[in-house]
Design a protein around this ligand. Structure first.
Ligand SMILES: Cc1ncc(COP(=O)(O)O)c(C=O)c1O
Length: 351
């Protein structure tokens, strides 16, 4: 009953097997192998246009490199106030970009476009004291398991265009959002005005495979040397390529994401049916947030469940009694229906 994080799940057996099958032999290094090239082309097929792809090792590196590309030192980049980039990357953004992050509020993990517009206007052109806006980033699926509908991406993108700012998408859970929306990578990104994507594979079944995807290769600019300088050009890059090869083969990445989301839906239904635990909001991808008393959480842990207590978002619509807190349950490709059933039973018996 492990619902701690999709980072706690191991590698999908097909990805582990691909790594093992390709472990021997020689291939040219630093992203120049034939397989690296093949997978770069696969990304272009998936996004239905030529894209530039830069494999990196972590989602944090993908975000920080993307934002270094999108912004510039001394600039101000806008993200949701509770985005991973500002709250959970230990200052990696500032370390890489030498720019500042400015949080923008919005309900349920999504930037409010009006609030974004207002925030950007607080830094008028030429006002050196405040600094200059340089980029915007949104997270899809969001950090709290919600999804930007395509029209909501359009609305943020529109503000970016009005201010001439590039738009980055943190896709650590790209596949979960994609299948939840039932859309295509093209529709969810460049057709909405997204310029650059952190494309995550790790949480959805890879061992360690993330990529920065520049959606117009003509604009990739200095990213090849930026990645090198950031220490993320892997010498044995073919192993990242190998993981992506297995990830994309026969739509495995969509299958694992659908499974993770379905498990979250089952869990949400189970939680929705009992009195001692209640859903904090409706999950839309693979993360379920629930409100319960600490003693209920303790009982679930005693029953063998792993999950984390979570901070309450600023824009939380519900109410928490003094002895209640918010808890996060994350599902993944590795979650089994039995895990959900056992947790549901444990929740049910705690009424
Ligand atoms: C939304 C989001 N973005 C980025 C990351 C960063 O990924 P990593 O832990 O691989 O640096 C995470 C990881 O939890 C995440 O949840």
């Amino acid at each position: 009953m492990n619902f701690a994080s999709d980072n706690w799940a191991g590698a999908h057996p097909k990805i582990a097997a691909a790594l093992s099958d390709n472990a021997g032999g020689y291939a040219s290094a630093y992203g120049t192998s034939e397989l690296d090239r093949v997978i770069e082309r696969t990304f272009s097929e998936i996004f239905e246009r030529d894209v530039s792809v830069f494999f990196v090792g972590t989602g944090t590196a993908a975000n920080a490199l993307s934002m270094s590309w999108a912004g510039r030192p001394g600039g101000i980049a806008f993200c949701h106030s509770e985005a991973h980039a500002i709250a959970d990357e230990g200052g990696a953004q500032e370390f890489f970009t030498r720019a500042r992050l400015r949080g923008v509020d919005g309900r349920l993990g999504r930037i409010d476009p009006d609030a974004l517009d207002t925030a950007i206007r607080q830094y008028p052109a030429g006002f050196v004291h405040g600094g200059q806006p340089t980029a915007v980033t949104i997270t899809q699926a969001t950090e709290i398991g919600t999804i930007y509908q395509l029209a909501q991406i359009d609305a943020v993108s529109q503000v970016c265009r009005e201010h001439g700012l590039p738009l980055h998408l943190d896709g650590a859970r790209f596949a979960n959002a994609l299948v939840a929306l039932g859309t295509t990578p093209a529709e969810m990104t460049w057709k909405r005005g997204i310029d650059i994507v952190s494309f995550g594979g790790t949480k959805n079944g890879c061992w360690c495979a993330e990529a920065v995807v520049v959606l117009d290769p003509a604009k990739a600019g200095d990213l090849p040397s930026m990645r090198m300088r950031a220490g993320h050009l892997f010498s044995k890059s073919r192993f990242v390529a190998t993981q992506f090869a297995a990830y994309f083969a026969d739509g495995l990445w969509l299958e694992t994401a659908r499974h993770a989301n379905a498990m979250a839906t089952h869990l949400a239904k189970a939680i929705g049916n009992v009195g001692s635990v209640r859903l904090a909001w409706q999950p839309e991808a693979n993360e379920v947030f629930a409100v319960m008393e600490a003693r209920t959480a303790a009982r679930l842990r005693e029953a063998g469940a792993s999950f984390h207590q979570w901070h309450t978002p600023a824009a939380f619509d519900g109410t928490l009694a003094p002895n209640e807190a918010l808890y996060r349950f994350v599902t993944s490709f590795a979650t089994e229906a039995d895990d959900v059933a056992m947790l549901a039973q444990a929740i049910g018996t705690n009424r």
